[in-house]
Design a protein around this ligand. Structure first.
Ligand SMILES: [Zn+2]
Length: 311
């Protein structure tokens, strides 16, 4: 796919730009609706791709952020505005402190009757159906990771936060060296985009159904810029649970944590996370946390629950 490779893009997405992508639900699979493409008005130097091509798998598109992302290895503090991802030589003590600092209980405030997170820019922010991002939140450092995508061109959903994008590049490189064809399908999603998806779902499928399958605006983890849906050729680069049974899906489950990602919506954890099993949705939290969460076999909600931390 190197023939599609383009480098040197400035990939910061301008504020307020609404870019169309394949419409996805809470994460994605349950919502297959689409709307018309809207190209970025400014900022991006690339042409937008046609819509609805996410599952075609015939092309890949890569971009590259111009600055090397923080290499989030132990002992090296992150440079991406987070103090959550450094680790001392005593990893466990550091992780406990990190868990307490990012605990569900210590990172929430009531705003107009809603629980709103107080640490939206943290690599360990927990957003779910009960925990909203601040109104209109936009991540500070969105870039396009230099990885293979399931569609052509650069869209809003091509973006991730810089530190997460750097980690994704390493993850994809490792998959490729194991002869696997992992593709990025859907990353960042703006508040405005989620409003459009949600309203479209309510209009076409009703509110009750929509609330079951789709994240309310402000509650999608994709809005943090730290989550991305990925897939492989075994299921035509779609977002379905069967991805978990493909070579790419199995590899991802086994190796995601080594690169700082967790499979965010675990099998059988619906009551805790609010979502059914999504083997395609990975969330960046930093290497140490990801490895600890995975080793303990917890959801992020459990890992950052004050009561569990004390155990
Ligand atoms: Zn997702």
């Amino acid at each position: 796919m190197d023939k599609h490779k383009r480098t040197g893009w400035k990939v910061m997405i301008p504020a307020g730009v609404l870019v169309s992508g394949l419409l996805l639900a809470g994460c994605g699979a349950a919502d297959s609706s689409t709307d018309s493409a809207a190209a970025p008005q400014t900022g991006s130097t690339s042409a937008p791709a046609a819509e609805g091509t996410a599952a075609s798998g015939t092309n890949s598109s890569t971009g590259s952020n111009t600055t090397a992302p923080a290499d989030n290895t132990a002992g090296q503090p992150s440079t991406a505005g987070s103090k959550q991802t450094s680790a001392s030589t005593d990893g466990s003590a550091d992780l406990t402190a990190q868990r307490e600092e990012s605990s569900l209980q210590s990172t929430i405030k009531k705003v107009d009757g809603k629980d709103v997170v107080t640490n939206p820019e943290s690599m360990t922010v927990i957003v779910n159906k009960d925990r909203y991002l601040p109104d209109g939140y936009e991540p500070p450092d969105l870039v396009v990771p230099d990885v293979a995508f399931s569609y052509d061109g650069v869209l809003e959903k091509s973006h991730m936060r810089k530190e997460a994008a750097g980690a994704l590049e390493k993850l994809f490189k490792a998959a490729k060296s194991d002869d696997l064809d992992l593709r990025a399908v859907s990353g960042y999603r703006s508040y405005k985009r989620q409003v459009s998806i949600y309203n479209n779902n309510v209009a076409t499928k009703g509110k009750a159904y929509t609330d079951r399958v789709s994240a309310r605006p402000g509650t999608s983890e994709h809005q943090t810029g730290l989550a991305i849906d990925v897939s492989g050729p075994g299921i035509g680069y779609g977002l379905e649970q069967s991805f978990g049974k493909t070579a790419e899906g199995k590899w991802l489950k086994q190796h995601a944590a080594e690169y700082g990602f967790v499979i965010r919506y675990k099998k059988g954890a619906d009551a805790i996370t609010g979502y059914t099993w999504e083997p395609w949705h990975i969330r960046y939290v930093g290497k140490e946390v990801a490895q600890d969460v995975t080793a303990k076999d917890l959801t992020l909600e459990e890992y950052f629950d004050q009561d569990k931390i004390k155990q």
